[in-house]
Write a protein that binds this ligand. Structure first.
Ligand SMILES: [Zn+2]
Length: 411
């Protein structure tokens, strides 16, 4: 029978990079190759209903083994795509057995070196078997570690019908890395009371809170005319927008000056012209009302600036991106508590920290499927120094199996 490592080494060889500029769904055809093969693998393991829907989502069921009719269905979710930020084709994984703290030099680019001094998490992996890529690509542990763990746990549960659990649902999704992973996720068809994404870092981690996130576009309208004859008439929107950006807080509320539970406002794109200049910002906070405060602050600054330019005009658009999953998960504390119990049962201490970003679980939680994130063992996401510990992946498999049992016992 395949181990979690066998599966992981097989999946990372598929090129499944997603593409933000594509308008198809999934964004790349190549993701479908792995998704179809995963459905076939699940069927061969005995998950008879495993299938790929018209959008590429794989869903499958491990039938209940419990006699208790009230045990709720729970789900496990992982994404197959890899980040567009780093090459993901021709990944050549390397297993470094019994890591002892030495430098791991990646052969295809000797400047790619994993050093214990620079990567503190490596200290927790001494004695483990570590998998890396070969130096020129990412590894794809994000999130093929999660995929391999879920398939391996499914194989274990199917092979051990004496383990009591309720109905277990599995989903593999495309396009998470470009923020579209839940776009066509059919929560009703998935039919679970809650789910867990396996897409986190160090062993023992459970993530139950993420940012709340909005995107805000401030468009400054000026007036353009021939610059040779513009006296008293031209209003240069580039100058107005520049004055606005200049007034943004410099030492606080910035990505580069905050961490932990502090939010920020972050201008990241400017489309500039004399007639019209728009500034795109992302707004982040762990408390959703904190988003509105920051947006009001930005609007106030922009209005002050525009008032200095008679004839100029301001236009504002705010788009909701995602919300802190904690708002949903706090209403059903057993979802996280059962996960912590499953982590302890695997001999690990559960640890939580706020995610300074969003996950598919943040969106799924607000679509009616409460979904915290569990560790998968991923480290150095989206980097050619990405790595995963085999022993951490084995622990994640154990946690999935335990979690199915905990839900059965506690119901
Ligand atoms: Zn991921």
């Amino acid at each position: 029978m395949d181990t979690v490592l066998d599966r992981f080494l097989r999946y990372v060889r598929y090129d499944t990079q997603s593409n933000e500029s594509s308008s198809t769904f999934p964004s790349t055809e190549t993701q479908l190759v792995l998704l179809r093969d995963l459905a076939a693998e699940l069927r061969s393991l005995g998950l008879a209903d495993a299938s790929v829907d018209q959008h590429g989502y794989v869903m499958a069921t491990i039938p209940a083994t419990t006699a208790k009719p009230s045990v709720p269905a729970i789900g496990f979710v992982a994404h197959v795509d890899t980040s567009p930020e780093m090459p993901g084709a021709n990944v050549a994984p390397i297993v470094h057995r019994h890591y002892d703290g030495r430098d791991l030099v990646l052969p295809d680019d000797p400047s790619a070196v994993l050093r214990l001094a620079e990567i503190p998490d490596l200290a927790g992996a001494i004695g483990h078997d570590i998998v890396t890529a070969s130096g020129t690509t990412l590894l794809g542990a994000d999130d093929k570690a999660g995929v391999a763990e879920i398939v391996t746990a499914a194989a274990h549960l199917i092979a051990h019908p004496e383990i009591r659990h309720g109905r277990v649902r599995i989903a593999f999704t495309p396009d998470e890395e470009i923020g579209r992973g839940t776009k066509h996720f059919d929560v009703a068809r998935f039919g679970a009371a809650c789910a867990y994404t396996l897409d986190g870092g160090s062993r023992g981690e459970i993530e139950v809170e993420s940012f709340s996130a909005d995107a805000m576009t401030l468009t400054f309208h000026g007036f353009n005319t021939h610059p040779g004859y513009a006296k008293g008439r031209m209003i240069n929107a580039i100058k107005i927008a520049s004055a606005f950006v200049d007034r943004l807080p410099a030492n606080r509320l910035c990505p580069e000056t905050t961490d932990g539970y502090d939010g920020f406002v972050h201008p990241y794109i400017v489309h500039a012209g004399v007639e019209r200049t728009s500034v795109k910002l992302i707004v982040r906070d762990f408390v959703t009302s904190g988003l509105q405060e920051k947006e009001a602050m930005l609007e106030g600054l922009a209005q002050e600036v525009v008032a200095d330019w008679p004839g100029a005009r301001l236009e504002i658009a705010v788009e909701e991106q995602y919300r802190n999953m904690r708002e949903v998960l706090d209403r059903q504390p057993e979802i996280a508590e059962h996960a912590r119990a499953a982590i302890r049962r695997a001999g690990l201490e559960p640890r939580s920290r706020p995610i300074r970003g969003g996950t598919d679980g943040s969106r799924l939680s607000f679509m009616g499927l409460p979904t915290p994130n569990l560790f998968a063992g991923e480290h150095n996401f989206h980097s050619r120094l990405e790595w995963v510990s085999v022993q951490d992946m084995e622990k994640a498999v154990e946690v999935i199996v335990n979690l199915c049992q905990v839900w059965e016992e506690q119901t």
